[in-house]
Design a protein around this ligand. Structure first.
Ligand SMILES: Nc1ncnc2c1ncn2[C@@H]1O[C@H](COP(=O)(O)OP(=O)(O)OP(=O)(O)O)[C@@H](O)[C@H]1O
Ligand SMILES: [Mg+2]
Length: 346
């Protein structure tokens, strides 16, 4: 049995993927779930949000390999990030290493991201066709992210894995998406988000089919290597209101919001739908998340999710209500995502 992976993805940048993973990881942990957050975006914004400066410095610039007193040579293994966990495989000197988890509270853990992860793009592009030649190393490399996530989740006894990705359709993201059982699509109220949706549906189908063809080859290879199923089942979309441009009239973004359901049905689900279905009525709309305005920088400053802000953090007066609303909003969203993914607490 593998631990389910939920990816938050849209190849449009800045729609709120990282903020969603951050808030949902804390919320699911609050609701009693053991959660592993995995930062597969080389920008590492999720890691920067979850870890303080001192810890980041230790992880990324510390001159010693964990557990060793020997000075680290430039470019040596950094076992503490996702890149470190796959480096021996990349160098052809072994398989993945067990990831070192960053524990955050009782139930949440993180596999940190790494800027150098983008160095893995070329290897991942090269091994994708080689899987069709039944090359065992190619399968090891392509499945590396999934196997690192599963190992980390098993050690943390996680019940769910939330994965943050960068905004592109490159080889790192292909390997990461293959590792996903479920996909949630954050969207802004703009033309680029709709364009992103139009690309996303066909791309996910292409990746899914490509991986199925390779899984057939892997079966006859008989290596016994555990591989992801590559389901990439679409759970729905989330409309993020913070991305609305304040200098545009409300009518301008309403126009794009109105077009989301039809675009999602046509390009992601390949189903037809009435053209007057609104996001409020659409069962595939998981939530509309408000613009948190000054609460967001306040929360970032004290390194907390918006819904954990206290008066001592500066959340006074009407902010107190906004914090409570955010708690309810994220609780409902977390419950909806888990239910749609068919997950229940034991
Ligand atoms: N609900 C919200 N209210 C206010 N600001 C928000 C909200 N959600 C996200 N933001 C802000 O929007 C910006 C972009 O969000 P985020 O980094 O989560 O997007 P992303 O999709 O992960 O971006 P990228 O594609 O670069 O990885 C950030 O500054 C974040 O603080
Ligand atoms: Mg991000």
């Amino acid at each position: 049995m593998s631990i389910p992976v939920i990816a938050f993805f849209n190849n449009k940048g800045g729609v709120g993927k990282t903020s969603l993973v951050y808030h949902l990881a804390w919320m699911m942990a609050d609701l009693g779930w053991r959660v592993l957050a995995a930062d597969l975006d080389p920008q590492s914004n999720l890691t920067a949000a979850l870890l303080d400066e001192e810890r980041l410095e230790d992880l990324l610039l510390e001159p010693y390999v964990a557990g060793s007193t020997a000075p680290r040579q430039p470019n040596t293994v950094r076992p503490t990030t996702i890149y470190g966990a796959i480096l021996p495989l990349k160098r052809g000197i072994g398989d993945i290493m067990e990831p070192v988890l960053e524990k955050l509270g009782d139930r949440l853990a993180l596999i940190p991201g790494d800027l150098t992860l983008s160095e893995f793009e070329d290897d991942l592009s090269q091994v994708w066709p080689k899987c069709l030649d039944q090359d065992e190393r190619a399968f090891r490399v392509i499945s590396a992210f999934w196997r690192v996530l599963q190992q980390g989740a098993e050690r943390h006894e996680a019940q769910v894995i939330l994965m943050d990705l960068g905004p592109n359709l490159g080889a790192v993201n292909r390997a990461a998406l293959i590792a996903a059982d479920h996909i949630v699509v954050p969207l802004g109220a703009d033309i680029f988000s709709l364009q992103g949706l139009r690309n996303l549906g066909p791309t996910l189908r292409h990746f899914r089919k490509g991986w199925r063809d390779r899984l057939v080859k892997a079966e006859s290879l008989g290596s016994g290597l555990r591989l992801p199923s590559g389901n990439m089942h679409s759970l729905g979309y989330i409309v993020m209101q913070h991305s609305v441009r304040q200098d545009r009239p409300v009518k301008a973004h309403d126009k794009w919001i109105r077009r989301i359901p039809q675009t999602y049905y046509e390009f992601v689900l390949q189903e037809s739908v009435a053209d007057n279905l609104t996001v409020a009525e659409d069962p595939h709309c998981l939530a509309t998340i408000k613009h948190f305005r000054s609460l967001m920088p306040m929360a970032q400053e004290v390194r907390k999710p918006v819904f954990h802000l206290k008066p001592a953090d500066g959340a006074l007066g009407s902010h107190i209500y906004a914090v409570r609303d955010a708690y309810v909003e994220f609780k409902q969203l977390a419950e909806k995502i888990l239910a749609k993914a068919g997950l229940v607490l034991p």
